[in-house]
Write a protein that binds this ligand. Structure first.
Ligand SMILES: Cc1cc2nc3c(=O)[nH]c(=O)nc-3n(C[C@H](O)[C@H](O)[C@H](O)COP(=O)(O)OP(=O)(O)OC[C@H]3O[C@@H](n4cnc5c(N)ncnc54)[C@H](O)[C@@H]3O)c2cc1C
Length: 416
């Protein structure tokens, strides 16, 4: 008889959710064990949302994710954002919605989220083992479970849920090794890329002098003349380059193209919603009204003065030039910079700054109703280990809760 009925490898958001739903679905006496390599559980939950944990979003749809849309839709339908709200409420963590649509704990504390999950696991009798990094999993020879080799010894279990996360923030314990385990069990893993990651700009760009300024912009990722992504939102200039929600969301399109040798271009419209022609007309009209005003004075009515000055320097226009003396060519150069500024991205800021991973175990290799592996019966997968990543705003945790729910419910249900 195996040591455990269910072993959950990785006690992050998806693993803890899976443990809770498995224990709730199982009859008493079901032995559920969580094995995690980290010293303490939930590092990523604690740092999430700036320490406040953006638990979910008021509206979560398949189009908020990159991944096989039909499967994502079915998974989300099984445990939606309303279910997440009810679930956390039932664990003593009411959520509140911010104007952006993001939901946070009323207590404004990621610690409250983690504490509630751990409390619920303990009250359901789930055994939580830290410092138990799993190195290898192999099917038992009688095909009635798995042998799990971890840093403290070995364990056999009838079923296994693999919820080891991706590669983002490796110091949290999620360093991508889970994919090696998935491969040991017959799965493939699509190429993985940093997603939701700040972007580094070439040093000659003017970002450093604007550090700390946030602006609403429209970003487009262009590959070989084709726009592969376009979105609007807040961009933050930083000492290394750019960050902020719109940059984080666009980043996965840049990283995936760049790391497949496609040389993407990142274009920024500093006047979101305006075309070149509209912006040019507006500038011509403004100059006609105040031809003697300096170019900096004009531009500073549209942007913070530091941004205006940097843009003029970038386009080699004298900030003190009376606007009426601006040549047609210089005006067009300026309007090009305002509506299609090329941001010279050299690299992403690295896995230590990425919030999620794009790529992973293909969703086609699991049964979306149970998240059971199609390669190794008795194995289930949940969370970021799967090839699905959401945009910023609570979507990635919603994926973790929903996949944890499905995998936990299915793996906890005893079939005879
Ligand atoms: C800084 C930051 C902020 C974020 N903020 C938000 C937010 O506010 N809202 C949101 O929706 N998303 C946010 N995310 C994304 C979110 O944290 C992840 O999508 C989510 O945590 C993924 O859950 P998971 O359980 O699949 O993986 P993880 O949370 O990464 O958990 C995986 C667990 O598996 C363990 N593990 C790994 N390998 C092994 C092994 N071999 N053996 C045993 N254990 C192992 C790890 O120690 C870890 O505990 C943020 C991410 C970061 C990095």
């Amino acid at each position: 008889m195996p040591d455990a009925d269910l072993a959950i490898i990785g006690g992050g958001a998806a693993g803890l959710a899976a443990a809770i739903f498995a224990a709730e679905a199982a009859s008493s006496g079901h032995r559920i064990v969580v094995l995690d390599g980290a010293k303490t559980l939930g590092a990523k939950i604690l740092v999430s949302g700036g320490g406040r944990c953006n638990v979910t979003n008021q509206k979560v749809q398949a189009q908020d994710f990159n991944g096989s849309r039909n499967i994502v839709r079915n998974v989300l339908a099984a445990f939606d954002e309303a279910a997440t709200v009810r679930w956390f409420e039932s664990m003593g963590v009411p959520l509140t919605r911010e104007p952006t649509g993001k939901l946070f704990p009323v207590a404004d504390s990621a610690r409250a989220v983690l504490a509630a999950l751990l409390r619920r696991c303990e009250s359901l009798g789930v055994a939580l083992h830290t410092q138990s990094r799993v190195k290898e999993i192999s099917p038992l020879s009688n095909a009635e479970g798995f042998a799990i080799r971890h840093e403290r010894g070995e364990l056999t279990s009838t079923k296994v849920i693999l919820s080891t996360g991706g590669k983002s923030l490796p110091r949290s314990g999620s360093d991508g090794f889970g994919w090696e385990i998935a491969k040991q069990l017959g799965h493939t893993v699509t190429p993985t890329y940093a997603a939701l990651v700040p972007l580094v700009l070439a040093p000659q760009m003017f970002h450093a002098e604007l550090a700390g300024i946030a602006q609403d912009v429209e970003l487009s990722v262009v590959v070989g003349g084709t726009r592969v992504d376009q979105r609007a939102g807040s961009m933050l200039w930083t000492h290394f380059g750019i960050s902020g929600p719109v940059v984080m969301d666009a980043s996965r399109h840049w990283t995936t193209a760049s790391e497949t040798g496609q040389q993407p271009t990142l274009r920024c419209n500093l006047l979101p919603g305006q075309t070149f022609e509209q912006a040019e007309r507006a500038i011509v009209a403004a100059i006609a009204k105040r031809p003697k005003a300096a170019m900096l004075t004009h531009l500073a009515t549209w942007f913070p003065e530091r941004v205006a000055a940097a843009l003029l320097r970038h386009t080699e226009i004298d900030a003190t030039l009376p606007a009426g003396q601006l040549s047609r060519d210089a005006r067009r150069t300026l309007v090009h910079a305002l509506t299609g500024l090329v941001l010279p991205v050299t690299q992403h800021r690295g896995w230590n700054y990425a919030e999620v991973t794009a790529g992973g175990v293909p969703l086609s290799e699991i049964d979306y109703r149970t998240l059971q592996s199609r390669k190794a019966p008795g194995l289930y997968l949940a969370g970021e280990i799967l090839d699905c990543d959401g945009r910023i705003g609570g979507f990635n945790f919603q994926w973790a809760w929903a996949t944890g729910y499905l995998a936990g419910k299915a793996a906890g249900t005893v079939t005879t």
